[in-house]
Design a protein around this ligand. Structure first.
Ligand code: SF4
Length: 472
């Protein structure tokens, strides 16, 4: 575990401009963990299309490593802020059945791929992956090992609810081959924790971090949320005091979007207790100031990392990419998704599984892959994905490189986009000349707004407003 903390504080002028601009430009918008965004996936893309994508993946590069995502949807308790696809239950029998079906899905996909494939990156998300008991986790790993080779030099990550793990469980995770953990924290203040129905004593989180470090996990991430009920700037700083004392390699600080009409559990949150927009903005700005002055690199959007973390290195080297887990260093591989609602990205296609257990089980009982929707990318989608990815990840776009790779004239292809970009340039978000587009320090704080300029589907659906509130 390195303790390198030599990053520079974030540009103070940019933060001041951000405060001033926030009332006029909404920095929300798609997170572009995929392009096109998942709301463009459609049901006309079905099992046959998925099978064809698997065949293309098998034939194009049969020995190329893969990336895997496994979704474990179960949780013991509901967190009121939650917008994930999860199933709240105390019945652990349900997860045992689910593990059987996960194994069946893996067998179907692996059979279609033919060759036994190696896996450079895997991620278990949820829900709460650690809802599974030790035996269930071993069964999932055994099923994975039956069909795939998880490379020891790869990244193998699992999301952990610290309330569900003890020292023995942490040891098991390491033994199973995980080398990265991501801990859900949100906020350490007791009043905030009660209001979101997630009471999680600091000691539980601290013990999980200490155990992970003792066991040699390569990277520890912590997820926080700002904008929760009863949060104030001062209180959130107290949470940050405790977080930085634990020195996680990566910290994510997500904005809470209060959408009770979309996410039922949020109806249990007292709207009057939410921080006012000005306070919420202040929490964000003071968090960026604090974490960067503590030596964390601001990677982009919600993510911070220590300077010697792989994410920060990849960004310095211009290798950072986006995938469904956010920023990634290994995003170039085809990704298989297993489990309810899991998304994969294979051979230029996105595929998403059924969202409910019944649909998922019915498809597998019938010997079908449980896909319900997907998307086949066009050459234009690929081009825009590359442009958006470069701007979001590395803050710069080399126009000649794009022209050579996609055989286009950038100015002609993106005539309308460049005019929109110039409007953002007058507000100080970007700079451009004939050779490149650069995202400024201010633009990094509003990078989704810049990316939206290149989102063709958004442009065709509606003119992009300066204030934007859709959450994707
Ligand atoms: S926030 Fe995580 S742990 Fe809480 S209910 Fe949602 S998925 Fe489960």
């Amino acid at each position: 575990m390195s303790t390198s903390r030599s990053a520079a504080p974030f540009d103070r002028h940019a933060l001041a401009d951000f405060r001033a601009l926030a009332a006029h430009i909404d920095g929300n918008g798609p997170r572009y963990t995929s392009y096109p965004t998942a709301d463009r996936f459609h049901t006309a893309f079905g099992e046959d299309a998925y099978l064809a994508a698997l065949d293309a993946c098998a034939h194009a590069a049969p020995s190329a490593p893969l990336s895997l995502y496994l979704h474990i949807p179960f949780c013991d308790n509901i967190c009121y802020y939650c917008g994930c696809n999860k199933i709240i239950t105390r019945d652990h029998g349900r997860s045992s059945r689910y593990v059987d079906y996960l194994a069946r899905e893996m067998a179907l996909v692996a059979a279609r791929l033919g060759e036994r494939r190696s896996v450079m990156q895997s991620h278990w998300g949820g829900g709460t992956p650690t809802f599974l008991d030790p035996d269930e986790m071993r069964r999932v790993m055994a099923a994975l090992g039956e069909h795939f080779d998880l490379l020891p030099e790869g990244e193998h990550a699992i999301e952990i609810d610290p309330r569900t793990v003890d020292a023995a469980r942490m040891t098991l995770l390491r033994e199973l081959g995980f080398n990265r953990i991501s801990l859900g924290v949100q906020d350490f203040h007791p009043e905030v924790q009660q209001a979101i129905h997630r009471v999680q004593p600091f000691a539980q989180t601290r013990d999980a971090v200490f155990a992970a470090r003792r066991l040699g996990f390569r990277s520890i991430s912590m997820d926080l949320i700002y904008g929760l009920p009863h949060q104030t700037t001062a209180r959130f700083q107290e949470t940050l005091d405790r977080v930085v004392a634990l020195l996680p390699n990566r910290i994510s600080v997500y904005s809470y979007a209060h959408l009770p009409h979309v996410f039922k559990p949020q109806r249990r949150i007292d709207t009057a207790a939410l921080p006012a927009p000005a306070e919420k903005l202040d929490i964000l700005v003071s968090t960026i100031e604090r974490l960067t002055s503590e030596g964390y690199v601001y990677i982009g959007m919600d993510h911070f990392a220590l300077p010697d973390d792989d994410l920060a290195r990849a960004q310095r080297d211009g290798r950072l990419q986006r995938n469904f887990q956010g920023y990634a260093t290994h995003a170039g591989y085809d990704q298989l998704g297993f489990g309810v609602s899991a998304i994969g990205a294979i051979a230029g296609c996105y595929v998403q599984n059924a969202r409910t257990l019944d649909e998922y089980y019915d498809a597998l009982d019938a010997g079908r892959l449980p896909i319900t929707r997907g998307f086949q990318m066009s050459a234009d989608d690929d081009l825009r994905k590359t442009v958006i990815g470069a701007l979001m990840c590395n803050g710069t776009l080399d126009l000649a490189q794009i022209e050579a790779r996609f055989d286009i004239d950038f100015a002609q292809t993106f005539d309308a986009e460049l005019r929109n970009l110039d409007a953002l340039a007058t507000q100080g978000l970007v700079r451009r000349d004939a050779a490149r587009i650069e995202v400024t320090a201010l633009g990094r704080l509003l990078v989704r707004r810049i990316a939206m300029v290149f989102d063709r589907y958004l442009r065709e659906a509606e003119p992009v407003p300066l204030r934007y509130s859709r959450v994707v």
